[in-house]
Design a protein around this ligand. Structure first.
Ligand SMILES: Nc1ncnc2c1ncn2[C@@H]1O[C@H](COP(=O)(O)OP(=O)(O)OP(=O)(O)O)[C@@H](O)[C@H]1O
Length: 260
């Protein structure tokens, strides 16, 4: 059973502590949110998880994956975990896709990197993954530049899930999309997570999205967790002033697409 435990994680960049003593857990099949305003350190936590922190960052604490501290692994071992055990989708799908490779080749990439299988098998799995996010065979041979933002995010989700990771990290995956497409992408993401029985760590500044996607959440302020609990109780009874402000902001910009 997959388990992620972040213990006393600190990230310092050029003498500035950007993540300060963060503790966070995600268990098998759980959907957990991490919410915080811009600059609160959300992306630094994602990058610490994926092993992609800036090279001059100093990191301490532990990130236990099934009890193993992945901060103590080599770069090669970290790379092996990405795309097998854990995958990620980001705010800008076009930045995550290789612009020179067709859609099907992008989705095949994790399989090509981490598994030995025939090209026919890779192609079949990529095709199935694309179909599962609602993209027909007509998209297989397009280039990423020939996709809408929502289609590109579907391709990124197919690529992230093609290797059946136990944990998907979604770092603001809908922030760049308009509200109707946001809702479609969230629906696809949740449907795929549930079908794959993966755990989800969903990172966002937006309580509307966190409410829709997660069961439990952590509130990050200036690099520290200030509040955590079941998402609906944090939303309904925010005890910290910072959380109250995030909730109020979400209510102000609440879009009709979420009232279903
Ligand atoms: N490469 C870097 N070098 C130095 N400081 C950085 C670097 N990248 C980010 N920071 C700083 O680290 C802090 C946390 O940034 P981070 O990107 O994790 O925030 P965030 O919560 O993800 O924000 P956003 O929602 O705007 O993406 C910020 O104060 C930012 O200025």
């Amino acid at each position: 059973m997959m388990s992620l435990q972040i213990k006393d994680l600190c990230v310092t960049i050029q003498d500035r502590a950007v993540v300060r003593g963060v503790n966070l857990t995600v268990s098998a099949h759980e959907r957990v949110g991490l919410i915080g305003a811009s600059g609160s350190g959300k992306s630094m936590i994602t990058r610490a998880l994926l092993g992609t922190l800036p090279h001059h960052a100093h990191v301490s604490g532990e990130i236990l994956v099934d009890g193993v501290d992945i901060l103590s692994l080599s770069d090669e071992e970290r790379a092996e975990l990405r795309g097998t055990y854990m995958s990620a989708v980001f705010q800008n799908p076009l930045a995550a896709l290789n612009p020179m490779a067709r859609v099907v080749a992008n989705v095949e990439l994790p399989l090509a990197l981490h598994y030995t299988m025939s090209s026919a098998e890779k192609h079949k799995r990529a095709q199935e993954a694309l179909e599962s996010v609602g993209l027909s065979d007509a998209f297989l041979h397009r280039f990423p530049s020939e996709l809408s933002g929502g289609q590109a995010q579907r391709v990124a989700i197919a690529e992230a899930l093609v290797s059946h990771p136990q944990l998907l990290i979604a770092d603001e995956p809908t922030t760049a999309l308009d509200s109707l497409v946001q809702k479609q992408i969230i629906d696809v993401l949740l449907e795929r997570i549930s079908a794959e029985k993966s755990a989800l760590l969903f990172i966002s500044h937006d309580f509307n999205v966190i409410t829709k996607t997660t069961q439990r959440c952590y509130v990050l302020c200036d690099g520290q967790i200030v509040e955590s609990g079941e998402t609906h109780s944090v939303l309904e009874h925010p005890s910290e002033r910072y959380t109250q402000e995030l909730v109020a902001a979400a209510q102000e910009i609440s879009v009709e697409a979420y009232h279903d």
